[in-house]
Design a protein around this ligand. Structure first.
Ligand SMILES: [Zn+2]
Length: 181
């Protein structure tokens, strides 16, 4: 059986391997930092994912290429940048990765092709890869289509008032700063 934490991608691809899994969002510590945690405690979100390996022959007769397709879906609570409430946001990723022998080749090829080019390691964590992709799929400025009537401004709790107080309702740069970390 395949181990997502320590996957031998080469063998996985050669065997046309497939793995599906379901993991609680709380497993992804870097992702959790970006979420609206009070809502996360109420409804634990799940990441449903699928990985598929394949080998493609080189038409020029060179070494066959190792490919990995990663698909994942999750609905996570983010903080709406307009009303500051929790907004359930659907994330979906569907990415192709091609593996090459070394960093130099990866860097040279990554910019010129649609797929992501990664260096082939003896074992890699699918969860790390999933987490990277989920982080990149987060919206820059999460927002409700239509905000529920905001109660933030009416609450007398000083902590909440400070939170919603004088700030402008939209904080695109705060969201950008979070992603740049
Ligand atoms: Zn809102």
């Amino acid at each position: 059986m395949w181990t997502p934490e320590r996957l031998d991608v080469r063998s996985f691809a050669r065997a046309s391997g497939q793995i599906t899994g379901e993991a609680p969002v709380t497993r992804f510590a870097r992702l959790v930092e970006e979420l609206f945690e009070s809502s996360l405690a109420e409804v634990p979100a799940l990441v449903q994912w699928r990985a598929e390996g394949s080998v493609r022959e080189d038409p020029q007769g060179g070494t066959p290429a190792i490919w990995l397709n990663l698909h994942a879906k999750a609905v996570v609570p983010l903080q709406c940048q307009r009303c500051l409430g929790s907004v359930d946001t659907a994330l979906e990723i569907d990415r192709w990765f091609r593996f090459v022998a070394d960093e130099v080749t990866a860097e040279a090829q990554d910019d010129e092709c649609e797929e992501d080019v990664l260096v082939l390691e003896p074992s890699m964590s699918l969860y790390d890869l999933l987490e990277d992709e989920l982080l990149m799929s987060l919206p820059l400025v999460p927002m409700h289509d239509t905000c529920p009537v905001s109660v933030v401004m009416q609450v007398s709790d000083p902590g909440m008032a400070a939170e919603g107080g004088d700030k402008p309702p939209v904080h695109p740069f705060a969201a950008l700063a979070r992603l740049k970390k």
